[in-house]
Design a protein around this ligand. Structure first.
Ligand SMILES: [Zn+2]
Length: 460
């Protein structure tokens, strides 16, 4: 293993190194079983409901959001008896973009974990849709790529056709396909597949869900949110089919950024013909997504979006299936599957030790601990995860200016590693746990505690 890490480091000196652990057979299997035909059929079916506006909650059997969610619910139910399927309803008062009181219903399918069931991994998309009609008139569809704005006439918009195939039947199709494939197998951690409602009226379903999860003290390790992953040709005809953008919140070692790095590495390992390209910001300019309420609550969350957004048809009646590419969406689903399955099989991420454990400074956090006895080495210490299925730990390192980990060294079951002669001030270091099948945890980075702000007292 040590030699492998060395070879990887030598072959990819510019930070291209993928994960050290060997490919896991179950992860490979799950990735290979993602079906582009099923994903295409789901996107088409959701588009055929005509609109999935949150205000289209009628009893029509094949039209509107209620019919759509009933269909999603029944599909979830049909995949496996081990999927715990439920509606998550909320009665939301009239406010901002919500012109009347409305019931929003998330559709949730839970695959309980075996040995680490308290840890949750969420795969999400939103099944509601929106066509924006401005106050100027029903024919004046606003197609600038922005979401609902003050110029929108909410009542007219509620009645407009809104097939929403790329936004976001595509993300919902990813969620449903992963639920179908993954529910045939068992994973250590709990997988939660969610089709959110009310994204288009202000991230409402996801905000209510995330706030409650925080209140309940849920341990959500990752949120993989898919929104606009249905097409690979832009409105001006340019195509970008070989990659998906993965957005993650600053700063450089936030838990969301470590998740994004993880997604990029598993994509290299399990979906080599496709790339996860990271964008180092939480989302596109003045646009929102359902990962954000989770990130705001301290959970790690990323957003998957095509680099080829068709801004001319988003939020119009023209976001239709003929512009979709199920083959593209299937690749995005494979990256999601690789990330979710790897994480769900991986040991817990190690807890990096920044605390002095003995003496008068016991309990204090100190960066000096990481300088080692010599004061001129970088030393990383972590707590042993104490789990049976553990091959060992790998430490990682990069310069502070580098986006990705550049060195990776497998250190076995050690709980301390010294980067000799390297100054902790000039690099970022971290550690991850790897199980016997090669599944890797997220990296726990060593992050300095913020400089304490103390008011300076002046002589009066
Ligand atoms: Zn969307």
């Amino acid at each position: 293993m040590k030699y492998l890490a060395l070879i990887v480091a030598l072959c990819f000196p510019f930070g291209l190194a993928a994960q050290t652990g060997k490919p896991d057979l179950l992860v490979q299997k799950v990735v290979s079983e993602v079906s582009k035909d099923r994903i295409g059929a789901t996107m088409k079916r959701l588009g055929d409901f005509g609109t999935r506006s949150v205000f289209s909650d009628t009893d029509e059997p094949n039209h509107g959001i209620k019919a759509a969610r009933t269909w999603i619910y029944n599909e979830f139910k049909s995949y496996s008896p081990r999927l715990e399927v439920s509606y998550d309803p909320w009665k939301v008062k009239k406010q901002t973009r919500i012109f009347r009181d409305v019931e929003l219903v998330n559709v949730v399918a839970v695959l309980p974990g075996t040995t680490q069931p308290e840890k949750r991994i969420i795969i999400s998309g939103h099944y509601d849709s929106l066509a924006i009609v401005t106050r100027a008139g029903a024919a004046d569809f606003r197609a600038n790529g922005d979401g609902a704005t003050d110029a929108m006439d909410p009542e007219k918009s509620a009645l407009a056709p809104a097939p929403g195939v790329s936004d976001d039947a595509s993300g919902t199709a990813v969620v449903m396909e992963l639920a179908r494939v993954m529910s045939q197998y068992k994973f250590e951690k709990t997988l939660v597949f969610v089709a959110f409602a009310g994204e288009e009226v202000g991230l409402v379903g996801s905000t209510l869900y995330a706030d409650r999860a925080k209140e309940q003290g849920q341990k959500i390790e990752a949120v993989l949110n898919n929104d606009i992953v249905g097409n690979d040709v832009m409105g001006d005809g340019r195509a970008q089919s070989g990659l998906v953008r993965v957005f993650s919140e600053e700063p450089a070692d936030s838990n969301s950024r470590e998740l994004a790095r993880y997604v990029r590495e598993v994509a290299m390992k399990y979906v080599p013909a496709f790339r996860a390209d990271l964008v180092f910001r939480n989302d596109r300019f003045s646009r929102g997504g359902d990962h954000t309420p989770f990130v705001a609550n301290g959970f790690a969350g990323v957003r998957f979006t095509t680099p080829a957004e068709n801004l001319g048809v988003q939020h119009t009646p023209n976001d239709t299936f003929d512009k979709a590419s199920p083959a593209y969406t299937a690749n995005v689903a494979k990256v999601n599957a690789a990330a979710a399955a790897s994480l769900a099989l991986a040991p817990p991420a190690p807890e990096v030790n920044r605390e002095i454990t003995t003496g008068v400074n016991k309990g204090k956090q100190t960066p000096n601990l990481a300088r080692g006895k010599s004061l001129y080495d970088a030393v990383l210490r972590w707590k042993d995860a104490n789990v049976e299925d553990l091959a060992g730990y790998a430490v990682v390192m990069r310069p502070t200016t580098a986006p990705f980990w550049e060195r990776e060294i497998f250190v076995g079951k050690a709980t301390e590693y010294t980067f000799e002669g390297l100054s902790i001030d000039d690099i970022v270091i971290g550690v991850k746990a790897i199980d016997k099948d090669g599944n890797e945890s997220l990296v726990s980075p060593y992050i300095a505690t913020p400089y304490p702000r103390r008011p300076i007292e002046l002589v009066q």
